[in-house]
Design a protein around this ligand. Structure first.
Ligand code: AMP
Ligand code: MG
Length: 487
């Protein structure tokens, strides 16, 4: 285990130079204090979890102190926001403090979000509020626990610094960890500003650090693009399978590594609703739950456009064509497992679609339905779940087809079925109302709820004694919380 001053830095992105990022120092928060830290994320840096409680921890991640080897930089990028190209983006309120490598030799970017103004802040104050910092922290760690690739979060530091949003709030910082902070928008920036040399240097950097196996291929850049397509297809399949709605799938929020990135007004579905729009500012529903699938492809084609200096249009198109079939294969595979099936049949897609339609019509809780489906043998489980559905005849017909399908799937005991299904069907997810409860307590200075919720969400598949209240459907007030982009 390492102490805080024993981190080893190797700032490879900073060394790319001033065309890629600008040196900016963090603006400290007043009276920084630890809100919550993730032991699991600390372990990625070999840090002793006990150091989170020391004053120097809050000083470092509240912007007061820096390691001598840190090189805080604001990265430049651009991107398509809600379908329109915005040439003026970049780290407006976050800084890449540096890259730290752990004993296993893995590099992790340390990114401090909410660290003050930068040349890319436009009209913004460079700050993040406590509410949104807690949401990013909980979501990053919860997604990771669900085996959904995501940036990670080391801690949230709260403060007394006033920050104005719709009302006065308090400033906070999240320390985000990721293997890379390169976004689709980085490639778009150098493409649209017509800087081929820098664009090649960026591509070479990403290839060397993150896709070394692609360098062995006859066309390394094409192999890299293919890998990005594959990873995003797999990622979005997981979002859809687990009911995660990102909310702002702009190309500047898409990671080149295919991890969930940049949390804003995200939400997990409570009731299943394919048309759910979690972002209150998304009036047209561009980023609705079901639109995430085609938007994934749209974003990849925006990246493809930026890669035209390196790769032929035909090869890009052909590779883009892999996205949808790959997505469908991953998604169906995950959903078969969520249904407890171990084999594949041609009609499984239809069986699933009928179920989702029934859930949609009756507003059935998406997470709990699958969890309870695995609690008991199929016949008993569907008999119990029947009451959730308004269209009983419709559900009965589905249940008969499901029972027959389970019977054809193979012989296994009740315990085997439960263990297999519980391993893919979480009991606890980050419901908006749970986050809201934790935030309300934290805003009045009580961090115990945020810490408890984080602990529960670390093991989403395991039933935890005394934690029944975290597995409940939302109360009425918690069903339609409006979350805006102003974070
Ligand atoms: P987001 O919607 O959080 O992905 O942010 C889009 C762009 O706006 C990014 O370039 C952010 O850095 C910038 N931005 C968001 N909020 C702020 C803020 N409070 N101050 C400065 N820049 C911001
Ligand atoms: Mg962003």
């Amino acid at each position: 285990m390492k102490a805080l001053d024993e981190l080893t830095f190797d700032n490879r992105f900073a060394r790319l130079g001033d065309a890629f990022s600008t040196h900016v120092l963090p603006e400290p928060l007043d009276e920084p204090r630890l809100v919550v830290a993730s032991d699991a994320a600390m372990a990625l840096l070999d840090l002793d979890p006990a150091v989170a409680e020391t004053p120097v921890f809050a000083e470092l991640f509240g912007g007061h102190k820096l390691w001598a080897e840190a090189e805080p930089r604001a990265m430049v990028y651009s991107g398509h926001q809600f379908g329109s190209y915005n040439p003026q983006l970049g780290d407006g309120r976050g800084l890449l403090l540096g890259e730290v490598y752990n004993r296993a030799g893995e590099h992790w970017d340390l990114h401090l979000k909410g660290a003050g103004q930068t040349p890319y802040s436009r009209m913004g104050d460079g700050r993040a509020v406590l509410r949104s910092s807690i949401r990013e922290f909980l979501a990053s760690e919860a997604l990771h626990a669900l085996n959904i690739p995501s940036s990670r979060a080391l801690c949230v530091i709260g403060s007394s610094t006033p920050v104005w949003r719709e009302k006065q709030e308090r400033g906070a910082m999240v320390l985000r960890l990721a293997r890379s902070h390169v976004r689709f928008g980085h490639f778009e920036y150098f493409y649209y500003t017509q800087k081929p040399e820098q664009q090649a240097a960026l591509a070479e950097h990403v290839l060397k650090l993150h896709f070394p196996e692609c360098r062995e291929q006859p066309e390394p850049y094409l192999a890299m693009f293919r890998e990005v397509v594959e990873r995003n297809a797999a990622l979005i399949a997981k979002w859809q399978a687990y009911g995660f709605c990102h909310g702002v799938m702009n190309t500047d929020n898409m990671s080149i590594l295919g991890i969930t990135f940049d949390f804003g007004p995200f939400a997990f579905l409570d009731d299943f609703d394919a048309h759910f729009v979690c972002n209150h500012s998304d009036h047209e529903g561009r980023y609705s739950f079901s639109n995430q699938v085609p938007i994934g492809q749209w974003n990849l084609s925006a990246l493809a456009q930026a890669l035209t200096p390196f790769i032929s249009v035909d090869a890009l198109k052909e590779t883009l064509g892999l996205y949808l079939p790959l997505y469908q294969a991953h998604y169906l595979d995950l959903m078969r497992r969520r249904l407890g099936l171990t084999s594949a049949e041609d009609d499984d897609q239809k069986l699933l679609e009928r179920l989702l339609q029934l859930m949609q019509n009756s507003g059935v809780d998406y997470t709990l339905f699958f969890r309870h489906l695995g609690d008991e043998p199929a016949a008993l489980a569907v008999a119990r779940l029947r009451d959730e559905f308004v269209d009983r005849n419709g559900f009965d017909a589905w249940a008969d087809a499901y029972k027959a399908r389970v019977a054809r799937d193979g012989e296994y005991s009740e315990e085997q079925r439960r263990a297999r299904m519980n391993a893919v069907n979480p009991l606890y997810i980050l419901r908006n109302y749970l986050a809201q409860n934790a935030i309300s307590a934290a805003e009045s200075g009580d961090y115990s709820e945020v810490r408890r919720l984080h602990e529960v969400l670390r093991k989403p598949f395991e039933e935890q004694a005394g934690m029944e209240q975290y597995a409940q459907r939302p109360p009425d007030w918690g069903k339609h919380l409006e979350i805006s982009c102003s974070s």
